[in-house]
Design a protein around this ligand. Structure first.
Ligand code: 8YV
Length: 315
């Protein structure tokens, strides 16, 4: 956690902090759940049914440091009577910034161009050299129109893109009008008509490999695919195949199916921009995330409903 968050946690709680830069191992997690009142995990900690089953009588709450809770078995936690919270809202704008950055980086070949300069390979301007793809007027299809999807839509609109989205339900009329956004009930239909696709939905059982080999085959060959949500949403091996066979124009990924591992077939392509899960990686967002964790714990400790409680129906 950021230093200020750790300091505050020590002031408020009898806090035992993982001060390494590595995830807690299984034995440490098992030990923690056996005696703590609150566990504050992060994405690299797998809180599965088996671990929850080992929870001691004191454990009351899992206060996640992060918005996504796919590493926590929420059903098992709720069945055990545990309160689960997350940190939504405070990382929305940063993650949307990163998604927009990837759209720009891939479409305008920014990383490739920067590399040319780094390596001193700029041989002079020509009219056709390193031409990318125009964004203005292009169709962006957002898969998952929650907070981050909507924030990305605002940015994309400012870049002159036409916003389309697939979501279980359409967003309220007022938001759809503000964003000029078109709802697609049918994901397959939307995918085959978009110039850029951005994934912004949570990883759940239903969304695992949402972009399967079949669905990837529906993308237009000039399309760009962006994922700042969760790696599990894409069949990564199938995507590597699509990249290898040049059936997609570009890919921008901040998340991977088996982090920190990346499918080797995705590495080394000029049209594939890879980032190491930087969506919420701003000093401000990480501080705010820590503050939310503390606020959730304190609210619960005072006998109230924590502001960011996660319940299975939300997923
Ligand atoms: C964080 C994220 O890095 O909040 C999330 O769901 O994926 C990231 O922005 C991570 O959660 C930290 O736990």
């Amino acid at each position: 956690m950021p230093d200020a968050v750790e300091t505050r946690m020590r002031e408020l709680f009898d806090a035992e902090l993982n001060l390494t830069d590595r995830p807690m191992d299984r034995a440490a997690l098992e030990h923690a759940v056996s005696y703590a009142d609150v566990l504050s995990p992060t994405i690299t900690d797998t809180i599965d049914a088996d671990l929850i089953d080992k929870a001691g009588p004191r454990l009351k709450m899992i206060a996640n440091f992060g918005a996504g809770v796919d590493h926590i078995d929420i059903d098992a936690a709720v069945a055990k009577g545990l309160i689960v919270t997350n940190t939504p809202g405070v990382l929305t704008e940063d993650t949307a910034d990163l998604a927009m950055s990837l759209i720009l980086a891939v479409s305008r070949r920014i990383v490739e161009g920067a590399q040319v300069m780094q390596e001193g390979r700029f041989g002079g301007w020509t009219p056709t050299w390193m031409t990318g793809r125009k964004l203005w007027g292009k169709r962006l299809g957002i898969v998952g129109m929650g907070r981050i999807g909507q924030s990305l839509a605002r940015r994309a609109k400012a870049f002159g893109m036409q916003v389309h989205y697939h979501n279980r339900k359409p967003v309220p009329d007022m938001i759809a009008e503000e964003l000029g956004a078109t709802w697609w009930d049918d994901l397959d239909q939307m995918l085959q008509r978009m110039d850029v696709i951005s994934l912004n939905c949570p990883a759940t059982k239903e969304t695992h490999h949402l972009l399967s080999a079949d669905r990837l085959a529906r993308l237009q060959p000039h399309a760009i695919l962006i994922n700042t949500a969760r790696g599990e949403l894409i069949d990564e091996a199938a995507l590597a195949e699509v990249v290898a066979t040049r059936r997609i124009a570009g890919v921008g990924l901040d998340v991977f199916e088996n982090e920190p591992a990346v499918h080797p077939g995705l590495i080394g392509h000029a049209n594939v921009v890879l980032l190491p899960h930087l969506g919420s990686a701003t000093i401000e967002a990480r501080q705010d995330m820590g503050d939310r964790v503390i606020a959730n714990i304190m609210t619960y400790a005072r006998g109230h409903r924590p502001p960011d409680r996660v319940i299975p129906a939300m997923l």
